[in-house]
Design a protein around this ligand. Sequence first.
Ligand code: FPP
Length: 231
Amino acid sequence: MGPKSIAIIMDGNGRWAKSKGLARSAGHVKGAKNIETIARAAKAMGVKYLTIYAFSTENWSRPDDEVAKLMELLEEYITKAIKNAEKNKMQIRIIGDRSKLSDGLNARIAEAEKITSVYDEVYLQVAFNYGSRDEIVRMTKKIASDVSDGKLSTDDITEETVSNYLDTAGIPDPDLLIRTSGEQRISNYLLWQLAYSEFYFTKVPWPDFSPKNLEEAIEEYNNRNRRYGGV
Ligand code: FPP
């Protein structure tokens, strides 16, 4: 069976732009546009859950104008997703620490999540101000607080409890992780959730990553699964 849950590290926007003599922001614009293309293709290929890395907790250290551009692109993306909700039948969730995002952006996010919550053909998780270690710290605090409030007993904490306290609660762990643009690192992404995932690396930078490239990744996953029996 093909992968039902795919995570993507969308890397290489900057290098793509540089190779074309463009500003880094042009790479992010092209990269943001590509999300729609790939989400649609993934849905057509039977993928039910797509979890994409759009802004990491480390990305705040980039130049101010680049951070501002990424915030702007998220807002634009969410606005577009609200407009296309009915057509796409896609549920959207933002994962990561929202407390550092502006009130305006948070309001937009809440609106998109509410409007799309009725759709279940495909689920898109956008990781924004996301870091896996940060998520694990926040999860630990929530569990500690529920234990101290008497809502949860220490003896009842299981792996499932941990999964349910993470931002990805309810989302099946990725079957496949794809990272574009040549780096072969996990970069603080979904450390708990990727425990049993297959990893696929490609040199293609994210703005050029096409439905054909996605199909190749899925084919490779299917071949590995046939060889090893899918365990
Ligand atoms: C990596 O490129 C890309 C990111 C910082 C994350 C992905 C962002 C997008 C696809 C655009 C924004 C979309 C939304 C919805 C906010 P890089 O700049 O690290 O590339 P480089 O390694 O070549 O410099």
